[in-house]
Design a protein around this ligand. Structure first.
Ligand code: HEM
Length: 146
C-alpha cells in the first residue's frame, strides 16, 4: 500500500508541476497580450491544474500518515532529532505544499469574481505562480530524481 501511494505521489508530481508551469505561462502571456480569457482554454487549464493539485494534496496527506519519512519519522526521532533531509520530508515539504495549494485555491476563487480577462489572468499568474515557487522550493530533489 505504502509503495503504491509513494509511486503515485512521485509520478503525479511531474503532471502537477508541468500543469502549474503551463497555467502560469499561459496566464502571463494572456496578461501581456491583453487577450480574452476563454472557457475552452484558459478556464479549463486553470481548473484542471487546480483539480490535480488537490488530488496531489490528498495523496500527500495519505502518504504523510503511512510513510516512514512522514509522521512516523517525527514520532521516532522527535522534532529535534530530525536532520535536514528528514526535516524536509516530514515537516517542510508537507507544510509548505499545503500553503502552496491554499494559494492556488485562492487564485482560482479570486479569478471567478472578475469579469475582465486581464484581472482573471493576473489572479492566476500571481497565486498559481507563488504556489509553484513554494512547491519548487521544497521538493526532495535528490530523493525524487536521484
Ligand atoms: C503539489 C504538491 C506536491 C508535490 C508536487 C509533491 C511532490 C513530491 C515528490 C516529488 C516527492 C518525492 C517522491 C519520491 O521520492 O519519489 C514527495 C515526497 C513526499 N511527499 Fe509530497 N508533494 C506535494 C504535496 C505533498 C503534501 C501536501 C504532503 C503531505 C501533507 C506530502 C507528503 C510527502 C511525503 C510524506 C513524502 C515522502 C514520501 C516517502 O518517500 O516515503 N506531499 N512529494
Amino acid at each position: 500500500m505504502y509503495e503504491v501511494i509513494q509511486v503515485v505521489h512521485s509520478y503525479l508530481a511531474y503532471i502537477v508541476l508541468a500543469l502549474l508551469f503551463f497555467a502560469v505561462a499561459n496566464a502571463i502571456m494572456g496578461l501581456a497580450g491583453n487577450k480574452m480569457f476563454t472557457m475552452e482554454k484558459d478556464f479549463r487549464l486553470s481548473l484542471f491544474t487546480l483539480i490535480l493539485a488537490h488530488i496531489q494534496l490528498l495523496v500527500g496527506l495519505i502518504l504523510y500518515f503511512i510513510s516512514p519519512s512522514g509522521l512516523q519519522a517525527i514520532q521516532a526521532l522527535g522534532m529535534g532529532g530530525l536532520n535536514s533531509a528528514s526535516r524536509l520530508l516530514a515537516v517542510e515539504h508537507p507544510f509548505i505544499n499545503i500553503i502552496a495549494i491554499v494559494l492556488i485555491t485562492v487564485g482560482w476563487s479570486r479569478h471567478k469574481k472578475f469579469m475582465e480577462g486581464n484581472k482573471k489572468f493576473k489572479s492566476i499568474a500571481i497565486f498559481y505562480g507563488l504556489g509553484l515557487i513554494l512547491i519548487l522550493s521544497r521538493i526532495p530533489w535528490s530523493k525524487w530524481l536521484g
